[in-house]
Design a protein around this ligand. Structure first.
Ligand SMILES: C[S@@+](CC[C@H](N)C(=O)[O-])C[C@H]1O[C@@H](n2cnc3c(N)ncnc32)[C@H](O)[C@@H]1O
Length: 428
């Protein structure tokens, strides 16, 4: 990988990039980093690189001529290769680890152009730049810090620069999650001990613990990334189920069945809902964060005979409300459609007691839902869940529900009404 940084401060940039890991990689010839003085390519006697903006205004703008001459000279010196001219700019796409991977994969040479003052003449961008990249939504005085960030993060992906590929695989942002916490000696520092699992020498346990930590950290520190993360590996699904269950596991050793709920079941039902509400809040999921579903709702469902409890032995372990009433808010589905002309029942509520989560009870509950739909003589079940509620989405998919599109449900003002609509059609 060759990187040419076009700047008014080549010595400063070069000094930074020729230190430490990247500096050693350059010394070994694994990467080549050249810092080029734009001022050397001016065609005026004063070596002036900037001038006043047409139309007036503050500051100066870098002229197109020296910038283009500098780019051309660098291109001529490096010959034919897969090359990308990048202008570092607060107006560019935000730079991410994914961009670093793409640049490393697709190009042999990056020409990074650093602006200064009020920026560069727009015609230079039009004529010479392939891509604009921003370090973030803030404004720097020059592109140098951004160029160094791009150069550093791309170079460390070049084989041989780091001791092992494993050094960056699994790091924060590699697969969408943040990295697990790291510890080094001493074992106890200022009364804080290293987690016991890291000292026991059980490699498999360490791996499992680290992956769990990745999920927990991402969920707590960067809910935006957590929301986007697509869980596909079986091991990850297991971890997710365990986390959503609060870590405690009950083994299903007794028969699981369901029956219509009665007044006496209300305290158990409300306790299950309170746990679910609390867990959703902890995960920053704006679902059930108002008064719904509350005692009043369950009393109505109970009277209609549409609320059911799922029990394991004697214990109430789950609850669901399956109504034969069609849900008016589902009519306005967007980004997809429901199966047309099929009468359906609506799964309004389903929740499993925290200590039963991850035990397989939720899957059993969904079977009870299907049995009840058949009791209603309805072959189609529709439901919805919040777009951040990954556990619920995973369960629905696992139980044969299909995502059909987006709906807006009725919620109290100030809460998020956006939900994903899911549907299952039962076999005859
Ligand atoms: C003061 S800035 C110019 C900002 C420009 N007037 C604007 O508002 O878009 C000077 C130079 O710093 C660099 N720069 C500033 N913020 C940046 C960011 N967030 N990412 C990358 N480069 C940035 C660019 O190269 C830019 O030409």
């Amino acid at each position: 990988m060759r990187i040419d940084i076009l700047t008014l401060f080549p010595d400063t940039v070069s000094a930074v990039l020729h230190e430490s890991i990247i500096g050693r990689a350059a010394a070994k010839g694994l990467v080549e980093i050249n810092c080029v003085q734009i001022r050397d390519y001016t065609d005026n006697k004063q070596n002036q690189v900037d001038d006043y903006p047409y139309g007036g205004g503050f500051g100066c703008v870098m002229m197109a001529q020296p910038l283009k001459a500098c780019v051309d000279a660098v291109k001529a010196a490096s010959g034919d290769c897969r090359r990308r001219v990048i202008y570092l700019s607060p107006q560019g796409q935000t730079y991410t680890q994914e961009t670093a991977r793409r640049l490393k994969r697709d190009y042999d040479q990056l020409i990074l152009v650093c602006g200064h003052y009020e920026g560069v003449d727009e015609r230079f961008i039009e004529a010479c730049v392939d891509e604009e990249l921003s370090l973030g939504d803030f404004v720097l005085t020059g592109g140098e810090i951004a160029a160094m960030a791009v150069a550093d993060s791309v170079c460390r992906l070049v084989p041989g620069v780091l001791a092992d590929e494993q050094c960056y695989v699994g790091e924060s942002h590699w697969d969408g999650l943040l990295e697990y916490p790291q510890y080094t000696r001493p074992e106890v520092w200022e009364g804080r001990a290293v987690p016991e699992v890291l000292l026991a020498g059980d490699h498999e346990r360490v791996e499992r613990w680290r992956r769990e930590q990745q999920f927990l950290r991402t969920r707590d520190k960067r809910p935006d990334l957590y929301e986007k993360f697509a869980v596909s590996a079986e091991a990850d699904k297991k971890i997710l189920r365990k986390l959503e269950s609060g870590g405690e596991h009950v083994r299903l050793t007794l028969p699981v069945d369901y029956r219509p709920a009665v007044e006496m079941d209300l305290p158990a039902i409300l306790a299950i809902i309170a746990e679910a509400r609390e867990d959703l809040q902890r995960q920053h999921i704006d679902q059930w964060q108002g008064s719904y579903p509350g005692e009043g709702n369950f009393r109505v469902d109970l009277e209609r005979g549409e609320c059911f409890v799922v029990y394991h032995g004697e214990e109430i372990a789950g609850v669901f409300t399956l109504t034969t009433r069609e849900e008016a808010s589902y009519d306005a589905i967007t980004d997809g459609k429901w199966t047309p002309n099929l009468p359906y029942c609506t799964l309004l509520i389903m929740a499993v007691a925290r200590r039963y989560r991850g035990s397989g009870l939720a899957q059993q509950l969904m079977k009870c839902v299907e049995r009840q739909a058949r009791e209603y003589s309805l072959r189609c079940i529709r439901t919805d869940t919040h777009k951040k509620n990954k556990a619920s989405q995973a369960l629905l998919r696992e139980c044969g529900f299909r995502y059909r599109g987006n709906v807006l449900v009725r919620v109290r003002e100030g809460h998020d009404p956006a939900r994903q609509g899911y549907e299952k059609i039962l076999k005859k």
